[in-house]
Design a protein around this ligand. Structure first.
Ligand SMILES: N[C@@H](CCC(=O)N[C@@H](CS)C(=O)NCC(=O)O)C(=O)O
Length: 218
């Protein structure tokens, strides 16, 4: 089956689908668009006008968590737990991660210090709740990489990148999250899931927005 992922180079949701494709060793093509100036053909096929979109032979899939589950199901063994309750819990934490992606965007694109601090406090509260869930060694469910890990790797990679340039202490005193972040961000499929120029692109986009963070990102 021919698969084509429609991507925007700094989108964390696309990155999650890229990680799934790479972990599962699925062959695919990738087409990059500028989500701020999307081509007409993309707006035709993407119901919400959002990336990622996965084109299969004759279908269009949208919503990254759905795309990732589809990719997972066509390439066993599954990266989801078998037990329905565990699977449901994993799905809930995947949703939680999706909302943190938006919160992270709001944080780094804050206009001024007040807005930054407000978003910082909100994210910290959510990260503290997440910290309590990271009770296993290695990954979210233990030794096996799961779709929950896939969902958080882009978020943790962006925190690591920006914290490396301007330490705000976003993961301070959250030791399980820090260890999880180290595990995930050094994985080969995670590192290969972004374009080589990702760091410059992501930082450049924050700087270009001219908000609070831009002054700290040389
Ligand atoms: N729930 C969606 C979120 C995808 C999303 O928000 N993508 C952003 C780029 S990172 C987008 O396409 N935004 C364009 C827009 O909102 O118009 C998913 O998981 O696929």
């Amino acid at each position: 089956m021919k698969l084509e992922l429609i991507s925007f180079k700094i989108c964390p949701f696309v990155q999650g689908s890229m990680i799934t494709l790479l972990v599962k060793d699925i062959s695919f093509e990738i087409t990059y668009i500028d989500i701020n100036d999307p081509p007409a053909w993309f707006m035709e096929i993407s119901p919400f006008g959002k990336v990622p979109v996965l084109k299969t032979n004759d279908s269009i899939l949208f919503e990254s968590s759905v795309i990732n589950e589809y990719l997972d199901e066509i390439t066993p063994p599954s990266m989801h737990p078998q037990d329905p309750l565990q699977k449901a819990k994993n799905r809930a934490w995947i949703e939680y991660g999706a909302s943190l992606n938006f919160a992270q965007h709001n944080l780094y694109w804050s206009k001024d210090k007040d807005e930054f601090q407000k978003h910082f406090q909100q994210i910290r509260r959510h990260l503290e709740k997440l910290e309590q869930q990271i009770t296993q060694a290695h990954y979210f469910n233990g030794p096996e990489l799961s779709l929950v890990d896939v969902a958080y790797a882009p978020l943790l990679m962006r925190f690591k990148l920006v914290e490396g340039l301007h330490a705000s202490g976003i993961l301070k005193d959250l030791p399980h999250l820090q260890t999880w972040s180290d595990q995930l961000t050094t994985l080969e499929p995670v590192q290969k899931s972004v374009v080589p120029e990702f760091n410059e692109l992501y930082i450049g986009t924050i700087k270009k927005a001219g908000g609070y963070m831009s002054q700290f990102l040389a």
